[in-house]
Design a protein around this ligand. Structure first.
Ligand code: FES
Length: 111
C-alpha cells in the first residue's frame, strides 16, 4: 500500500462552520467541508456526471450536488441517493493554521 502525503488544502480560518468549497491539492480537485467544527475532504467530482460539489448545498453532513441533487455524507463519503456510488474521502489534519489532507500519489507541483 502506498503511503499518503499530507498536503495543505486551505487555511483553517478560510471556511465557516457549515460551509464547503472546492480546493486543489496535489493536482486533485477536492471538496473541503466544515461540519460541527471538524474538517472533511472528499473528491470534488460527483459520481453521477462529474459536477463540482463545491457549488452544492451542505446541510449538516449531507452535500447535495448542484446539478441533479444526488447527496453524499461528507464524513464518510457514503452515497445517500445511490449507495453504490460513494465519494472518495481523504484523511484530514489541522496543523499550523492549515487543513491538511492525506493524498496518495499526488501530482508533482508545477513549475
Ligand atoms: S452530476 Fe451530480 S447528481 Fe448529476
Amino acid at each position: 500500500m502506498l503511503n499518503p502525503t499530507f498536503l495543505p488544502v486551505a487555511p483553517v480560518d478560510s471556511l465557516a462552520d457549515g460551509a464547503c468549497r472546492s480546493v486543489e491539492a496535489g493536482g486533485r480537485r477536492l471538496l473541503l467541508a466544515k461540519v460541527e467544527g471538524r474538517f472533511y475532504v472528499t473528491e470534488d467530482a460527483c459520481p453521477h456526471r462529474g459536477a463540482s460539489l463545491g457549488g452544492g448545498f451542505l446541510q449538516g453532513c449531507e452535500i447535495f450536488c448542484p446539478l441533479h441533487g444526488w447527496s453524499f455524507d461528507v464524513t464518510h463519503g457514503t452515497g445517500l441517493t445511490r449507495p453504490d456510488k460513494p465519494l472518495r474521502t481523504y484523511r484530514t489534519e489541522v496543523r499550523d493554521g492549515q487543513v491538511w489532507a492525506a493524498i496518495t500519489n499526488p501530482e508533482p507541483a508545477a513549475g
